[in-house]
Ligand binder design. Structure first.
Ligand code: PHB
Length: 397
């Protein structure tokens, strides 16, 4: 009875000795090794809320679904890149790949940080899951990039189309105001293209600096220009300052409406923006008020863990984990970069934001975009979705 086991064990030991002598680990050791995910996020600095949101979502995902996928333990190695220096993010990615031997890179809160890291993913043939950065071009920079967040053209085009047609709001002229970098350029171009195609007029296009912006002079200039509405994109974290100036400078009273992407009315900031947001129309792929049982449970878990609402960046993290787990299940735990990429392409699932899929050709997320209005719900202001543009792909710029 014992003999076959002994001989099996001996063969295994001899095999492993031979493999070690040849400088490689035996096969069965690979199966036991965890899959390492190098997660690079802004955990400090001006965009730390993005890091906190994505990190919390990933933790909640692992608490809910466990830390095993495809028979492998999934280990997260979190690095703080501070959110503002592309060379820091790139160096961290390089170290994660060469020293920590991660098989997957993930995170990336801002566009310049994702763009700087793309060549590392290509060289190392390592899947790079972009959970935050939202400039259209990003997945084109490496065949190993898959995006689980959103793109600015994806959420901006539906808003422009909706606003120019809406008889009740009656917006015929707009001044655009965006942060002066990748996603801002995307938002401005796409808004102008769609709003003018629908017969609307753009009176001016303003760009505020990304870092330490003072919105006061921009908002004053918009007030002086007197458009029917201003369209705004600023990245997650900067919305409160815009809203404060909008109220202080009395644009509402001057008859200038505000329309924006959901980045401005970020759920993480909504409690501090408060009533100033009431009545503002926006578009986005996620609202903490999204009506589904899955989302209600997700929101409750966030409240329990960090006493805050989940925001749109958090779902990029949560769904990024889902993508990694499901891909590992499909490859039966094989963490080869090309095999994981193949498993990720075309994947479909129901997210807390609604139905999503990964476009097999572009590796970008396809999802519903919702038009929302900020309203009171249970004593607080929420972005209430009232119109859905289904399964919408990034239209590009
Ligand atoms: C980006 O840098 O791509 C970015 C960051 C925050 C946002 C949107 C886009 O809210």
């Amino acid at each position: 009875m014992n003999k076959p086991i002994d001989s099996q064990r001996r063969a295994l030991l001899m095999g492993s000795a031979a493999a070690l002598a040849a400088g490689a680990l035996p096969r069965y050791a690979f199966a036991a090794e965890p899959v390492r995910v190098g997660l690079i996020l802004p955990m400090s600095g001006p965009f730390a809320s993005t890091g906190k949101q994505i990190e919390t979502a990933i933790r909640i995902y692992q608490q809910k679904y466990g830390d095993m996928a495809g028979g492998r333990k999934v280990e997260i190695l979190l690095k703080d890149d501070g959110g503002v220096a592309p060379d820091v993010t790139k160096r961290l990615a390089q170290e994660l790949v060469t020293k920590d031997h991660v098989q997957i890179l993930a995170g990336f809160g801002l566009t310049p940080l994702a763009l700087a890291t793309a060549p590392i993913a290509t060289q190392a043939k390592t899947p790079m899951i972009v959970m935050g950065a939202a400039t259209s071009i990003i997945p084109q920079r490496s065949p190993y990039i898959v995006r689980t967040g959103f793109t600015l053209p994806q959420v901006t085009a539906p808003l422009a189309d909706w606003a120019v047609k809406n008889k009740r709001l009656n917006i015929k002229s707009v001044v655009t105001l965006v942060s002066d970098y990748g996603p801002g350029m995307d938002a401005e171009k796409v808004f102008v293209k769609h709003f003018t195609a629908g017969g609307g007029k753009i009176l001016d296009s303003l760009r505020a600096p990304l870092q330490n912006p003072d919105f006061a002079p921009f908002i004053q200039r918009i007030k002086d220009t007197r458009p029917d509405a201003m369209f705004v994109f600023v990245p997650s974290g900067a919305g409160t300052a815009v809203m404060k100036q909008f109220v202080e400078r009395g644009l509402d009273a001057a008859g200038v409406k505000l329309i924006c992407t959901g980045d401005v009315l970020d759920d993480d900031l909504m409690p501090s923006i408060g009533q100033a947001a009431l009545g503002v129309h926006s578009s986005h792929h996620y609202s903490a008020a999204h009506p589904s049982a899955d989302n209600t449970a997700y929101v409750a878990e966030f409240a329990k863990q960090i006493k805050s609402r989940p925001n749109f960046h958090s779902v990029g993290g949560y769904d990024g984990m889902h993508l990694i787990y499901e891909a590992l299940k499909k490859t039966a735990g094989d963490s080869d970069g090309d095999k994981l990429l193949a498993a990720m392409k075309g994947m479909k699932w129901t997210s807390v934001r609604g139905p999503v899929s990964i476009d097999a050709e572009t590796r970008d997320i396809v999802q519903n975009v919702y038009i929302r209005k900020a309203e009171m719900r249970d004593g607080a202001v929420y972005n209430i979705e009232f119109e859905t543009i289904e399964n919408f792909k990034d239209p590009g710029v």
